[in-house]
Design a protein around this ligand. Sequence first.
Ligand code: SAH
Length: 547
Amino acid sequence: MSPAIILLGQGGMATARQLKGLYPQASIWGLATRVQGADQAYEHFGDTLRALYRADTPIIALCAAGIVIRTLAPELAAKLAEPAVLALAEDGSAVVPLLGGLAGANRLAREIGECLAVAPAITTSGELRFGQCLLDPPAGYALADIEQGKRFVSDLLAGEAVRVEGQAPWLAQAPLALAEDAARVIHVTPNARPAARDELVIHPRSVVAQVREAGAGLAEQIGQQLAEQGLAAASLACSLAPLDIMANPELHAGAQALGVPVRFTPALPAGDALELQVHAQPIAPDALGQRRGRLAVIGLGPGDRTLMAPAVGTELARAQDVLGYETYVRMAGPFRHDQVLHCTDNREELQRARHAFELAAQGRDVVVVSSGDPGVFAMASAVLEALDGASDPAWHGVDLQVLPGISASLATAAWAGAPLGHDFCLISLSDNLKPWEVIEQRLHLAGEADMAMAFYNPISRSRPWQLGRALEILRQHRAAHTPVVLGRDVARPGQRLRVVTLGELQPEMVDMRTMVIVGSSTTRLIERPGQAPWVYTPRWYPAAVPR
Ligand code: SAH
């Protein structure tokens, strides 16, 4: 995972930029009030650091080691994650690996030390002696058993001689006490070996599971084949499957259970449903075929970040491409420099949806943003319309997700109290995509059904008269004293809430940034001095529908 470089002040920016040269995928996090030019702005140092730690993100904090230790202290006992954590002097004059020796903290410290021309403060005895952590082999290799490994390294530190069976190019430089007849052996092998006191077993990730057909229990089948062939589970590098089973859920569940990625290729040579291929060298999954792209249609909520679901934040952080109406894309930021923004006009929804599929079909992680909820008069339907009947099988292979958000009607209702506390309906007053007659008919029927109503897209410059006509219809079904809630720019700067009656309501009070909620016959008010009254619709209902 790419490290997060954390800045508390502007002073560390030059050093942070140098690190970014070393780790181009890393993101610079800056305290919003003090740091300019960061990839990500954060508000609270402690919460941010702990969240990154919990997400197993390597952390390079440009501040005093003591601050990092105190901040992460509550996380340490839980031991749910242990990413590499390093403290780095703002001016780059010292680098201290604090935590995550087995997650590469010392390796990072060495690399950073070399880049900044300072000696890393390494204190781990095995590292000091051997110039590396024997229990943290490089990418492409996995240690078989950590506990057994710790004992083995203590033995070597005590002076025991060792020999290496198999290819371990990274050990070539290590000052090991090598001897042909040594009792201690480092085995580098894809084969499973029972744990033995005098062996350190390291598995090259050199096995590829070719999956031509995937059904339930794929992980167990792969496990069984590995066992039958005497291979260690940790030797599995990835699954490789043909493009046409990209959307198969069993395939992905199986790979996830085994903790390996799935890669796709246009064609696999003919063979059994499942076959293991053992390579002479570790396999880097990224170099094999392509990955499955993801398209997430997300809802930002009405505006304020606190009303956005955390899952949406995670999705935005993983996105490589972000598509949407410019205002919403801005609302979804800040973004890192490596994230590509595709801002389009609000009306080009279908085109935007197709573009999103094209990018995701190439294996990219794509996010399409909507305000509120993406399924309420927004992009989720446009994306599914684009998919419906699309002939390109690659579009159907994309990992499509819709992540909900708080819709404007719900945010407005909550602010006013509970006007939607009983049965209600949501109606868009825009006749861009449906005939006006249909809207009139629905207003009559909803009025007759005595449901509370929330109106989206109530009015615009190109639709000036429709709201007035809608009010005429409503007044045929509802008393003039019926409460109406007007929420403008709810959860955004300059937000405003008004409560009027249906009799008072004029189209001039409403614009396209307004949510209009019209109560039912049972909707009531509770006066609040100096504020708009509470508006609520009780949960109960009188026996007969009043007409
Ligand atoms: N998907 C969005 C709705 C898009 S339709 C959602 O679920 O909220 C756009 C309409 O939603 C606007 O014309 C306005 O009526 C309403 N709207 C969206 N955001 C709003 C906000 N923050 N405050 C008030 N109304 C809003």
